[in-house]
Design a protein around this ligand. Structure first.
Ligand SMILES: N[C@@H](CCC(=O)N[C@@H](CS)C(=O)NCC(=O)O)C(=O)O
Length: 215
């Protein structure tokens, strides 16, 4: 398998974690989101993924999958152990809900394409873009923190005795928050969950700073 990846992409970071948790070997091709206005937007990458976003995963037969959660679900179905979702249907829905709060409500609003559009079409400057990101991260993080408080969560992992889809989405988003110096002090439980997951080798090996294309 070949992962089309960019070290700082939080969606690609999710897939690196999932591949590592499953113990799957893969090759890596960097698609810079910044070089030449974004290699992801050029014709050769768009030939693979018309949406022009990373990650994409090329399977052995040449099939290309896009969208991190679809890729992760594919990996979980084809390599069921260790499971990335709880078996119990209620816990499974709760873990998905946690992951989707990040993947559908927070991350898309922090995406490079959205930030560029804010700048080009609405004249939003650098600090304005950071304030925009901080707003949407705070909305999501507050809801997730409150959810953990309500179920008296103590850890170390969010759902069950091993990290799964919830941590796969949380850790890259917390990385992103730290990158933009978002105050995480109101979210001690999320920080605790992030710390616990990053202590697991599969997560540590997926960290942006140690990827081959890290600048
Ligand atoms: N929902 C997609 C999001 C993918 C995405 O937004 N990737 C970002 C990097 S984290 C990207 O390629 N951005 C490039 C751009 O916006 O031009 C997924 O989960 O894979």
């Amino acid at each position: 398998m070949k992962l089309y990846d960019y070290w700082r992409s939080s969606a690609a970071y999710r897939v690196r974690i999932a591949l590592n948790l499953k113990g799957l070997a893969y090759t890596h091709e960097s698609v810079s989101l910044v070089k030449d206005g974004g290699e992801n937007l050029g014709p050769s990458y768009r030939a693979l993924n018309p949406q022009g976003k990373v990650p994409a995963l090329e399977l052995g037969d040449g099939t290309v999958l896009a969208q991190s959660l679809a890729i992760i679900e594919y990996l979980d179905e084809t390599h069921p152990e260790p499971a990335l979702l709880p078996r119990d249907p209620v816990a499974k829905a709760q873990a998905r809900s946690f992951a989707l709060t990040i993947a559908c409500e927070v991350h898309p609003l922090n995406n490079l394409a959205v930030l560029k559009h804010l700048e080009v079409s609405f004249d939003v400057d650098g600090p304005g873009k950071v304030a925009w990101m901080a707003h949407w991260m705070a909305e999501g993080f507050e809801a997730l923190e409150e959810g953990l408080r309500r179920r008296n969560w103590t850890g170390p992992f969010l759902f069950g005795d091993a990290p799964g889809i919830a941590e796969i989405c949380l850790v890259p988003q917390i990385y992103n928050a730290r990158r933009w110096k978002i105050d995480l002090s109101p979210y001690p439980l999320l920080v605790k969950a992030d710390d616990a997951a990053r202590g697991v080798k599969a997560f540590a090996d997926a960290e942006p700073a140690i990827q081959p294309d890290a600048e």
